[in-house]
Structures are given as C-alpha cells and as structure tokens.
Write a protein that binds this ligand. Structure first.
Ligand code: FES
Length: 138
C-alpha cells in the first residue's frame, strides 16, 4: 500500500469514529453551569479586598462579584455569566454589571438580565459585614 492510500484509508476511518464526537462536543451550547457556592468570609482591610472600603467599588472573590453599594450595604452575585460562563464585572461608571464576552448586562441590585444573550439572572448571595469581615452566604 502506498503512503497516500494508507493515509486516505486511515484518516477516513478515524474521521468516521472521532469527528462526530468532536463535533457534538464543540457544537453543544447551553447556559453556563456555575460552581456550587459555599459560605466564605473575606477581610476587607487586606490589600486583596481593600477596594471594598470605597462605595461603588467591587471585587471578585471565590467566584462571587461583590459590590459596595453604600457604607453599610453590599450586593453579591455569582461572577459567572449565565450565558457561557465568562467573569462579569462592575464599574461604578456604568449602571450595570457587564459581561465582556458578548455584552450581557445585569441589574446590579437584583442580578436580572438587562440586555444581551444571558438566559437567566445572576445568582444573588447575601453579604453581611461585621467589622472588617464580610461574609458571603449562598
Ligand atoms: S458569556 Fe456573558 S454574554 Fe456571553
């Protein structure tokens, strides 16, 4: 068997057995699965989270987007976009939480979809401040 014939028959067999599975995997699209959250606490006096000492700022910690709304109130949402799982962001210069991947926008108080392709709201968590310790609870 010549090299050309060998490659043709080998690739043909591999193509029949491997390509359909690869196509099925790459073509499957659905709402992003988000990791199961657990309760955690961060110290907002540490450098990693000190942005939260200023109203309007936000950080992402353990897959949760945390926004300081007022001196005493925080909002917390899953940071995983419900479209395809990109990390969402909040910037106080914008009225919305946004996703940089496909332009999804979410309400920063409720997590509801405002515009774009995300199929569902961001999961909302409870944020409770005690001293410098901010506890996020699913
Ligand atoms: S992954 Fe967020 S809009 Fe597509």
């Amino acid at each position: 068997m010549e090299r050309k014939e060998f490659l043709k028959s080998t690739l043909g067999l591999c193509g029949l057995s491997v390509l359909p599975a690869a196509f099925l995997q790459s073509c499957t699209k659905s709402a992003a699965a988000t990791p199961t959250p657990t309760t955690f606490t961060i110290d907002i006096s540490t450098s990693s989270y000190s942005a939260l000492q200023t109203v309007g700022n936000s950080v992402v910690a353990n897959g949760v987007l945390i926004i300081r709304k007022t001196s005493a109130a925080f909002e917390a949402f899953s940071s995983y976009c419900t479209h395809e799982g990109c990390t969402v962001h909040f910037d106080s210069s914008s009225p919305y939480i946004y996703c940089p991947c496909h332009g999804g926008m979410f309400n920063p108080t409720t997590g509801a979809v405002v515009s774009g392709p995300p199929p569902t709201a961001l999961t909302k968590y409870t944020a409770t401040l005690s001293g410098n310790n901010l506890t996020i609870t699913p």
